[in-house]
Design a binder for this molecule. Structure first.
Ligand code: KDG
Ligand code: MG
Length: 402
């Protein structure tokens, strides 16, 4: 089954997405998401200039060999752009293989390990009471796991306070907007938010929170400890994870479960975190971590150490990526939870999909392959629009992690 075409589709139906479409000689095609938020054109060029010419003529059934060919063959390993490009190829080839066998992808990954996939959504507000109302709204929609973020009094802009109610879009057109940050104000505020949320919603609902890489390890330890009475499902990205050893310090100080990994690209970014059981959830995305093939390796390593999976699923991960994640989630034994933020109406029109949401869970559907398609003619009506993620400065002007 030879590959005859590999086409890169860049479009902006509500936000920018990069989609790879691989077609074979017998007419079967597969899709892969290659979107890297704010750096879309870099992956598009990597794919069309450097990868697509290598794919034409290859056997589409040789998924692992193609993965290794692109990874080892580039010489320059890892990194978000390279791994998103490889991830798109890998996902498209899994889509093709599953379609050619007339089976939904999860059947090729070992079959369903559960009936459906637990998901969480983002509730956010401009103050504590606003956030309470947003959490109530998600609970009313059937969610049993809800991430809560609130604007911090005294800081004009805070990570995670969404512009839409159901979708989350931090990228803005033009050059990066500048946010302002104070770890001191944040550390004093967050425990008050969760005290209020537990008072309002009781102990049953799963509450999650994302620090978005902003604290030092010891500050994260303090936050985790102060949140223990409110038993979070997890505290996400408490500190930048380039320094995997930093998580040892957090573990010494708190039993609050820790989730990390949305910016990771390979197993090498998390192998120490997993082997030393410094985390509880590993959050690599299908798109940014080399696709289904590499994510399976991460999940299998994590399974040995009782670390569960929790794929990144913000709005900038396309419906193609979400579909791939849902098949993976349904199949792997050590699945924990899936992030799910809705896409805009334009995105939904361009990407037709079989996955469904019901009562706080999702199901990938039983159509052959990923169960997602792209309307190319419609996508062409939404040309790329330059947009960037924000940057972040402390109150005194020092650059900080966003
Ligand atoms: O593109 C960046 C977003 O996907 C990220 O900021 C969202 O942290 C995020 C999350 O947990 O969804
Ligand atoms: Mg996050």
């Amino acid at each position: 089954m030879r590959i005859t075409d590999a086409k890169v589709i860049v479009s902006c139906p509500g936000r920018n997405f990069v989609t790879l479409k691989i077609t074979t000689e017998d007419g079967i095609y597969g899709l892969g998401d290659a979107t890297v938020n704010g750096r879309e054109l870099a992956v598009a060029s990597y794919l069309s200039d450097h990868v697509a010419p290598l794919l034409v003529g290859r056997d589409a059934r040789r998924i692992e060999d193609t993965w290794q060919y692109l990874y080892k063959g580039a010489y320059w390993r890892r990194g978000p752009i390279t791994m998103a490009a490889i991830g798109a190829v890998d996902t498209a080839l899994w889509d093709i293989k599953a379609k050619s066998l007339d089976a939904p992808l999860y059947q090729l990954l070992g079959g369903a390990s559960r009936e459906s996939v637990l998901v969480y959504g983002h509730a956010s507000g401009n103050d504590v009471e606003d956030t309470v109302a947003a959490v109530a709204d998600f609970a009313k929609r059937g969610y049993t796991a809800i991430r809560a973020q609130s604007a911090i009094p005294g800081i004009p802009s805070t990570y995670g306070v969404g512009r839409g109610k159901l979708y989350y879009e931090p990228a803005e057109s033009g050059n990066p907007p500048e946010n302002v940050w104070s770890s001191e104000l944040y550390l004093n505020f967050v425990p008050r938010l969760f005290e209020r949320l537990r008072k309002e919603f009781g102990s049953e609902v799963h509450l999650l929170h994302d620090v978005h890489h902003r604290l030092t390890p010891i500050e994260a330890g303090r936050l985790g400890r102060s949140l223990e009475p409110y038993h979070l499902f997890w505290l996400e990205d408490p500190t930048p994870a380039e320094l995997q050893e930093g998580f040892r310090l957090i573990r010494q100080h708190t039993t609050t479960p820790i989730a990390v990994g949305e910016v990771f690209n390979t197993i090498f970014d998390c192998q120490l975190l997993i082997r030393e059981q410094l985390i509880d959830y590993i959050r690599n995305a299908v798109v940014h971590s080399g696709g289904i093939s590499h994510l399976l390796k991460i999940a299998h390593l994590a399974e040995l150490y009782q670390v569960r999976t929790a794929c990144h699923g913000a709005t900038d991960l396309s419906p193609v990526c979400l579909a791939a994640a849902l098949h993976f989630d349904l199949a792997v034994h050590n699945f924990g939870i899936q992030e799910y933020m809705h896409h805009s109406a334009e995105t939904e029109r361009v990407f037709k999909h079989g996955y469904t949401f019901s009562q706080g869970t999702m199901y990938p559907g039983d159509a052959p392959g990923l169960g997602v398609d792209i309307d190319e003619a419609l996508a062409a009506q939404y040309p790329y629009q330059r947009a960037c993620l924000p940057v972040n400065r402390k109150l005194d002007g020092t650059m900080h992690s966003w």
